[in-house]
Ligand binder design. Structure first.
Ligand code: ATR
Length: 282
């Protein structure tokens, strides 16, 4: 990578940041499109995030992604928050304006929906109820995305019921919460099942879920991407459900930031997936 004096610079702020796949992902696109720019990891301690953020315009940076543990803090630090980020309660993308102002957005809902539509073209918001397992930041993004897309009924199930209630309140009249132990029965008549918990992830406990009540026409989406084919997706595929893996959400959520910072609409395709997968399986 050779930069000129006009290079555009962006990055990702996290603590730690070493696990982030984003530098590799954006680096692939920068090389593919021959862009005079760079995307770098910023290891920023929580107590330094405000100073680091304020430095971006002074350094002439185009913007940044933010990841754990800064996503919620950024809501109150940026000058302008888009309505989706406000609703989800987290910012993951910051764009520096021409006047040096900082605009925060959340591209997780966009990334989730774009990947779902690309991987399961037969699914539509009108297909029927959606079931979401989990109630963390990812569940909030998925719930907002599905409600905004027009899904009429969303069932949220989480080990800690109060957190499920909080996610359901994002979509009044559409989303409702249920006890975690009802997760098998909640699959009855569903058109979409989304796992946003960490269960089934490498090194975590398995997701114990009886799929018997889930129609075989339902789409099963697991946002876990290590392993790429989780036990949930394997079991769902075996009984005939269309399955959607978690890697695509990561790839698609990166598109709006890249376009804003570097001026090119990047494409998600198999070459990009394979490039990221080579890293995940190492
Ligand atoms: P993120 O913000 O990335 O979505 P998170 O806030 O850590 O992640 O959420 C992890 C999710 O996995 C939560 O819904 C969590 O349930 P709780 O809200 O009850 O903590 C869920 N989870 C993690 N371990 C679990 C377990 N052993 N059984 C059931 N749910 C679990």
């Amino acid at each position: 990578m050779i930069l000129t004096g006009k290079a555009r610079i962006a990055g990702v702020m996290g603590w730690p940041v070493s696990h982030s796949r984003s530098p590799r992902l954006h680096g692939f696109w920068l090389e593919r499109y021959g862009i005079d720019g760079a995307y770098v990891p910023f290891a920023i301690r929580p107590e330094d995030v405000e100073a680091a953020l304020r430095a971006l315009p002074k350094l002439g940076f185009a913007g940044t992604n933010v990841t754990v543990p800064h996503k919620e803090t950024l809501l109150r630090l940026v000058d302008d928050v888009d309505p989706v980020a406000r609703r989800i309660g987290a910012v993951n993308t910051v764009v520096v304006g021409a006047d040096g102002s900082l605009s925060g957005s959340n591209t997780d809902a966009f990334g989730f929906l774009e990947h779902l539509r690309a991987s399961a073209p037969g699914w539509s918001p009108a297909a029927g109820p959606a079931v979401i397992l989990g109630a963390g930041g990812a569940a909030r993004a998925v719930c907002a995305a599905l409600a905004d897309a027009g899904v009429g009924e969303i069932r949220i199930l989480n080990r800690t019921r109060e957190r499920a209630d909080a996610v359901a309140s994002l979509a009044p009249g559409v989303a409702s919460s249920f006890d975690w132990r009802e997760r098998g029965a909640a699959l009855g008549g569903a058109a979409l099942l989304v796992n946003t918990t960490t269960l089934g992830m490498a090194g975590q406990a398995p997701l114990e879920l009886d799929l018997a009540d889930l129609p075989t026409t339902a789409v099963v989406d697991d946002i876990v991407y290590v392993p790429l084919e989780t036990e949930l997706l394997r079991a769902a595929r075996a009984r005939g459900n269309v399955v959607v893996d978690g890697l695509g959400m990561l790839l698609h959520q990166a598109r709006p930031g890249f376009a804003a910072w570097f001026g090119v609409e990047p494409q998600v395709d198999d070459a990009l997936r394979d490039f990221l997968l080579a890293d995940l399986t190492r």
